[in-house]
Design a protein around this ligand. Structure first.
Ligand code: NAI
Length: 255
């Protein structure tokens, strides 16, 4: 039984039980979208969805681990059953690989001594998970009159910024895991945009800035609402907007 109005846009956000993803869900709900909270833990997902509903929005949760194909397929099935289509996909779920450690002090990511299993785990979530989720959701996105995809990347993905020895990222420890995974994600964004351009599905990457969340042990200086706002800006663009781009709050981010 479908419970969404055919006129209300539907947005799925992965990793939406906390941090930037949760704020994106709250902001999209406040703009009138029905939001689907993707979360690995059903209880945390339901708690986030209930909070959106308590604030007057429309929301439901789906259990979704981006590294687990069975949960991704089941999440797509549930969205089809409840909403019939998807207008917006936000690939937000991500890990640093260093637990509750800021990528800035991630000594365990230095290329010459990194644990390859950690690199694999980070790519599994931040890159392969995005392919898995996007491909599972594309049939639902194709049913939307104005579908779009936003991938949550990072300024650490920028080869221009990170290769400048005098640039703002010179102080970061070199990383073989998080930063390259986000570079791969922006590259993937361009390739999806190239494939889906003719279908009218814009795909863009966003760098939310350094946001106060668990992922950097709350060392970020932006609030989750500030970090989420540039994700939301891309999510509400029309299909005549940019595609294959990489944007931060300040505008285009150099590749
Ligand atoms: P967070 O740790 O608060 O949230 C990450 C979310 O992803 C959580 O809900 C977590 O449960 C979920 N997640 C992790 N692995 C998952 C999996 N396999 N399947 C499904 N969900 C999974 O971190 P934050 O900061 O909110 O991160 C959100 C996104 O923003 C990530 O992609 C991160 O890399 C990116 N980002 C964050 C920045 C920051 O300063 N906080 C800066 C640049 C990018």
């Amino acid at each position: 039984m479908r419970d969404e109005s055919t006129h209300q846009e539907v947005a799925l956000i992965t990793g939406a039980n906390k941090g930037i993803g949760r704020s994106v869900a709250e902001q999209l709900a406040a703009l009138g979208m029905a939001v689907v909270i993707g979360a690995r833990d059903p209880l945390r997902g339901e708690e986030a969805a209930a909070a959106v509903r308590a604030a007057g929005g429309r929301a439901y949760a789906v259990t979704l681990d981006v590294t687990d194909p069975a949960t991704v397929q089941e999440a797509a099935r549930r969205v089809e059953e409840r909403s019939g289509r998807l207008d917006v996909l936000i690939n937000n779920a991500g890990i640093t690989g260093s637990g509750q450690v800021s990528p800035a002090d991630a000594h365990d990511q230095v290329p010459s001594s990194v644990d390859l299993d950690m690199v694999r785990a980070v790519f599994e979530t931040n890159v392969f998970g995005v392919i898995q989720v996007t491909n599972a959701m594309l049939p639902l996105l194709r049913r939307s009159p104005a579908p779009r995809v936003v991938n949550v990347s990072s300024h650490a993905a920028s080869l221009s910024l990170t290769s400048d020895p005098d640039g703002p990222f010179a102080a970061l420890l070199p990383s073989a895991a998080y930063a390259p995974s986000k570079t791969a994600l922006t590259a993937l964004t361009v390739q999806y945009a190239n494939e889906l351009r003719r279908d009218g599905i814009p795909v863009n990457a966003v760098a939310p800035g350094f946001v106060d969340t668990d992922s950097n042990n709350h060392t970020g200086f932006l609030t989750v609402a500030q970090g989420a706002s540039c994700v939301v800006r891309l999510a509400v663009l029309g299909t005549d907007g940019p595609t294959g781009g990489f944007f931060g709050a300040e505008g285009p981010v150099p590749w």
